[in-house]
Ligand binder design. Sequence first.
Ligand SMILES: NC(=O)C1=CN([C@@H]2O[C@H](COP(=O)(O)OP(=O)(O)OC[C@H]3O[C@@H](n4cnc5c(N)ncnc54)[C@H](O)[C@@H]3O)[C@@H](O)[C@H]2O)C=CC1
Ligand SMILES: O=C([O-])CC(=O)C(=O)O
Length: 341
Amino acid sequence: MQLLTRSAMATFAFSKKPIRVAVTGAAGQICYSLLFRIAHGDMLGYDQPVILHLIDIPAAQKALKGVAMELGDCAFPLLQGIVCTDDLKVGFTDVEAALLVGAKPRGKGQERGDLLKDNAKIFIPQGKALSDYAHRDVRVLVVGNPANTNALITATHAVSLPKKNFAAMTRLDHDRAVWQVAEKTGSVVADIAKVVVWGNHSPTMSPDLAWATVKGKRALDLVGEEWYTKTFIPRVQKRGAEIIENRGLSSAASAGNAALEHMRSWFLGHKHDWVSFGIWSNGNTYNVPEGLFYSFPVTVENKEWSVVNGLTITAEQQRKMTVTANELLEERKAIEDLLKI
Ligand SMILES: NC(=O)C1=CN([C@@H]2O[C@H](COP(=O)(O)OP(=O)(O)OC[C@H]3O[C@@H](n4cnc5c(N)ncnc54)[C@H](O)[C@@H]3O)[C@@H](O)[C@H]2O)C=CC1
Ligand SMILES: O=C([O-])CC(=O)C(=O)O
């Protein structure tokens, strides 16, 4: 691959119109790695200029200014502007990508669902502002936990935008699953295909290797049933808690990477393999009730995802998929007042 000098890259970059990218929680820990990689071109491509809209609460504006100063100090050729704000109108006007990261993270001993009370209300004004001010073709990724139900709140209040343009992030779970299989089988990430994560971004999620392959061979034959059920599934389900236990803080760089990879797949396509997106369920897919943001296997082309259809689901797998759907139904019930438009 040819490496371009900074000035050659800038000349190249100027030929495309910049894309406005909004990121909430921009002064927080996930964004401290995410923003720099977006500005470097890792998300939308190394020929795509960006203007970053950094959104955080009033109390975080000074810290946000520091982050913006550091972004500037990197002199990224693709970064054509930085907007720092606590005003959602300014933050979301004309944005074509929005990453909703801003929310409280959990601490030790908490589940993500425990954050519903604190975090859910954040997403009502954000959904409304996206509806009023964002580019009509915006793609919105909800990262702040509990991500699936927060995505439901956001999309519900974004009345003028299609639900298909919203997603909850389960890419981190997907990538965790891929890494576990690569490590177990002594292979590399590029050898692994057709991993699936179903349902909620919570310990009820269902990481599924039924179709997964390693260099074209059936992954389940290589890893064995015992490791699959006793190690792999619980490890992926509880990896967030394992990180908190070790790091003392919730995952940040890996979450930022997953957000970036999710958006990259959405904007630049993901046809070579399946990937997991938490998306609006239409009630006709794999027996998932309508109106939940549920993680399905998808492929992506021309900025539109399509669920991988026609998979044969065993009775045991269907049971697991129902458990995680039921949890999402309970979360929806707990915030039903927040869904009133
Ligand atoms: N879906 C997923 O896979 C993952 C989700 N997360 C979630 O991401 C969220 C952020 O995590 P961190 O960056 O580690 O937290 P953090 O506490 O370091 O940063 C959160 C930032 O959000 C800001 N914020 C709070 N309310 C806001 C609002 N209404 N508008 C804009 N900004 C607001 C805060 O001021 C702070 O700067 C947490 O809810 C965490 O649980 C974390 C890892 C993975
Ligand atoms: O576990 C947490 O609270 C943060 C998160 O969502 C993850 O790492 O998957």
